[in-house]
Design a protein around this ligand. Structure first.
Ligand SMILES: NC(=O)c1ccc[n+]([C@@H]2O[C@H](COP(=O)([O-])OP(=O)(O)OC[C@H]3O[C@@H](n4cnc5c(N)ncnc54)[C@H](O)[C@@H]3O)[C@@H](O)[C@H]2O)c1
Ligand SMILES: [Zn+2]
Length: 362
């Protein structure tokens, strides 16, 4: 089992990562002094696959777990589901010094995280991510949120877990499309910070998707290091953390332009990565060879580009509503090469437009 420590001002916490480490979870709870009464928030898919095994392991070690199951999918990440969870937590009498375990993908991590940040003004949280996206991204960094009908992730807080526990063997049951979505963020880490990640995906993508324990462990571990190092340096979303938005300005525009249908977040981000790298290429910040590698890697992941549905104007309008915008200039990190980024504050809409046109023709 590997361990990455996130060093924050107020306290540090570990991320445990390994293949088939499920059984170690209760012992870690004991060593982190987690009280016996715990609530497990999970979704219908994860519970049908793993909940019994999880409950048994906890009970065997003296824990008293209380499962709360919500419907799988983004539509559960809202205030009415949170309200139902609060009601259950009150009924089971979860106390302030007790713990909520978020057992699922990013939806559960964000929802259960939001509930634990707010219930009784904050209870302990353990993140047990079960998707690639959640293991490399959403479980790390303390951002928790629910959606509002007018926008995603608009209601939230920062709430760090006691620890994060990533058993990567659970990814064996993840649908291929979800794996690829997670890989979108992993490719991003390869470009913004750790070129080795990029090279592993270039050489071993089949092994990752299979999944092969050694290769997967390496990329999840390296990704956790990249994300936690950036979070450590900039806890509250100031300029440095913006590097994590690479691919996301255009990616969010595409997602929103398609009304969050057709393309999943990770797929839209991959298109965004190509688009934003294209801006870098046109500015002479990266060479043609590096750009080709980025483009080819993303195309090789087989993301389907719904050409007919990509309405450029709509995408641009959505990017116009981006909170990072100042007049007609956008702030953004652009790649200088694999593993190296530059902050720029003058990206014009015309450049974004050209990038979107390029994506059209992929
Ligand atoms: N807080 C952050 O910093 C942050 C960062 C990125 C994304 N997010 C959020 O994360 C969410 C997306 O997360 P996601 O992609 O994990 O989606 P998800 O939680 O909906 O999981 C995807 C699907 O996989 C299923 N699933 C989960 N684990 C499984 C397993 N081991 N085997 C089989 N099926 C499994 C789920 O039931 C769901 O159907 C979004 O709401 C996004 O806003 C948050
Ligand atoms: Zn993302």
């Amino acid at each position: 089992m590997r361990k990455v420590v996130v060093n924050l001002r107020e306290r540090n916490y570990p991320i445990y990562i390994g293949w088939e480490i499920f059984e170690k979870f209760p012992k870690l709870c004991l060593s982190h002094k987690i009280k016996p009464h715990v609530a497990i928030i999970t979704d219908t898919n994860v519970s049908s696959l793993y909940l019994d095994k999880f409950l048994n392991a906890l009970i065997k070690n003296g824990y008293k777990p209380e499962p709360i199951i919500v419907r799988s999918g983004e539509s559960s990440k809202n205030l009415s589901t949170a309200m139902k969870i609060y009601t259950q937590l009150i009924k089971i009498n979860l106390r302030r010094d007790e713990t909520i375990i978020a057992f699922g993908g990013g939806v559960i991590g964000d929802l259960a995280g939001f509930v634990s940040a707010t219930f009784l003004r904050g209870v302990n949280l353990i993140q047990f991510p079960t998707t690639l996206l959640a293991q490399v991204d959403s479980s790390i960094g303390g951002k928790v949120a629910i959606n509002h009908p007018l926008g995603k992730n608009l209601i939230g807080s920062f709430h760090h877990p006691v620890f994060v526990f990533s058993d990567i063997s659970l990814l064996s049951s993840l649908p291929k499309r979800e794996m690829i979505c997670g890989l979108g963020e992993v490719v991003k880490y390869g470009i913004i910070k750790d070129r080795k990640i990029f090279e592993i995906i270039e050489n071993d993508v089949e092994k990752i998707l299979k999944p092969n324990p050694d290769v997967l462990l390496e990329i999840v571990h390296r990704s956790a290091i990249v994300k936690s190092e950036i979070v450590e340096k900039d806890e509250k979303e100031k300029r440095l953390r913006m590097v994590l938005n690479f691919g996301h300005t255009i990616g969010h525009g595409i997602e929103a332009g398609l009304n969050y249908r057709k393309l999943k977040h990770g797929e839209a981000v991959m298109l965004g990565i190509v688009g934003e790298s294209f801006i870098s290429l046109r500015r002479g910040l990266i060479d043609g060879k590096t750009f080709e590698r980025i483009k080819n890697l993303i195309c090789s992941l087989g993301v389907k580009f719904p050409k007919k549905l990509l309405d450029k104007e709509k995408i641009l309008t959505h990017i116009g509503y981006d909170k990072k915008i100042f007049s007609d200039r956008l702030n953004m990190y652009l790649p200088l090469g694999l593993g190296k980024m530059k902050f720029v504050d003058d990206v014009k809409f015309a450049e974004i437009e050209k990038a979107i046109e390029f994506i059209y023709d992929l």
